[in-house]
Design a protein around this ligand. Structure first.
Ligand SMILES: Nc1ncnc2c1ncn2[C@@H]1O[C@H](COP(=O)(O)OP(=O)(O)O)[C@@H](O)[C@H]1O
Ligand SMILES: [Mg+2]
Length: 373
């Protein structure tokens, strides 16, 4: 499951207003990527261009050997079925129950029987934790539930690619944490290719495999999470660390004199904050595309800032990882090694494990204990 999308030299303008120019990036199959950027930089326009709702002025969007902007109406219609989209406000029909909203794409695009539709709708509603709310109208539920209903609707056609437009906007930090956990769990489950548009720095720091940053009409950088979180590029650094110091100003870019004044005053961007461990699926499994913590940094000879990869309870996930993988990978001789005090396992990291059958005692990140299933 999951397909790669290759964007090459993409440019979008409305009349003479260029939104972004010459954007190139590859969304690797099955991975979670985040597109970050200040409001108004054209993130939503980018998503709409990817699904073919807007036509770019130049460039290519390759999915396999199909170049989206150059497809016939018929092929574009077919290719769009690969996508599930969670629009910013959920985009639900206000007069329809959640059940009918979620069933809508199935009734519209398939010839499935109502019994089959019911099975699928209930399965997706369960995945997003909406069982019991079938008959509710969108206006009767909270913003977080509307997002989850929109997500269930985006899932019913079993998409290979899921695009999320600011899933965390308008949610409080706890709801955002739950939704982020749900997104990671869904990626583990579906192995689809995910692209999340957000301006929430915390989401960008903890959820994805890859991060891209849109700024000043261009894609400043796109690459593995650890590459951007350790980057010295001023815009990337300022944005990913939510700092006042840097090229991004309150209303628009700071002008040169302001930047020079800052430099003269000796403001410096300060030390990079620690890189947090990546959010894991709540059932503790390892996503197929997940890289070991610190792997990119090691491969590129980069030393992470002090305190990196340490979770809320003080475990260092670079050390913890081999034991975690060993515990999560089904052994050929099951139960041959009784769970107990660490001995004989892979290098024990300084006795930081609280003990128990699962080394590390649970995945890092996520709201207390993660979502139950
Ligand atoms: N259909 C459209 N016609 C003309 N301008 C548009 C259209 N859609 C978006 N824009 C403009 O494109 C810019 C980027 O918008 P948007 O993608 O919504 O930003 P973001 O999602 O990053 O906040 C804005 O200046 C907006 O006014
Ligand atoms: Mg937007």
């Amino acid at each position: 499951m999951g397909v790669e999308i290759r964007v090459e030299g993409l440019t979008k303008a409305f009349g003479r207003q260029v939104i972004w120019d010459d954007v190139s990036l590859t969304l690797p199959a099955g991975e979670i990527s985040v597109l970050l950027g200040p409001s108004g930089t054209g993130k939503s326009v980018f998503l709409k261009t990817l699904v073919g709702l807007l036509r770019p002025e130049r460039g290519h969007i390759w999915i396999g050997d199909r170049d989206l902007p150059r497809l016939s109406e018929h092929l574009l219609y077919e290719t769009r079925k690969l996508f599930g989209v969670l629009f910013q406000d959920g985009a639900l029909f206000g007069s329809m129950s959640l059940y009918d909203n979620i069933a809508f794409p199935l009734r519209e695009h398939t010839k499935k029987s109502e019994a089959e539709i019911k099975r699928i709708v209930m399965e997706k509603m369960e995945m997003v934790g909406l069982i019991g709310a079938e008959r509710k109208l969108p206006g009767e539920i909270s913003g977080g539930m509307r997002k989850r209903a929109g997500l269930a609707r985006a899932l019913v056609l079993e998409p290979e690619i899921i695009l999320f437009d600011e899933p965390d906007s308008g949610l409080d930090p706890v709801r955002t944490a739950y939704l982020n956990q749900l997104i990671v769990d869904l990626n583990a489950e579906t192995e689809a290719t995910f692209l999340i548009v957000t301006h929430d720095v915390n989401t960008a720091r903890t959820v994805p495999d890859n991060i891209g940053l849109l700024f000043r009409r261009e894609l400043v950088m796109f690459g593995p999470r650890e590459m951007l979180l350790s980057s010295d590029e001023p815009v990337v650094r300022q944005f990913l660390n939510a700092r006042k110091h840097g090229p991004i100003g309150m209303s628009e870019e700071k002008d040169i004199s302001e930047l020079e004044a800052e430099a003269e005053l000796g403001h410096d961007p300060g030390r990079l904050p620690p890189i947090p461990p990546q959010l894991m699926p709540s059932d503790g499994r390892i996503r197929r595309t997940q890289q070991p913590p610190g792997a990119w940094l090691r491969a590129h000879g980069v030393t992470p800032p002090p305190g990196s990869f340490i979770d809320d309870v003080g475990r260092n996930w670079v050390d913890e990882w081999p034991r975690y993988v060993a515990a999560m990978t089904p052994a050929p001789v099951a139960d041959a090694w009784p769970a107990g005090p660490a001995s004989g396992g892979p290098a024990s990291p300084g006795g930081s494990s609280p003990g128990g059958s699962r080394p590390g005692g649970g995945p890092p990140g996520g709201p207390a204990g993660g979502r139950g299933r």
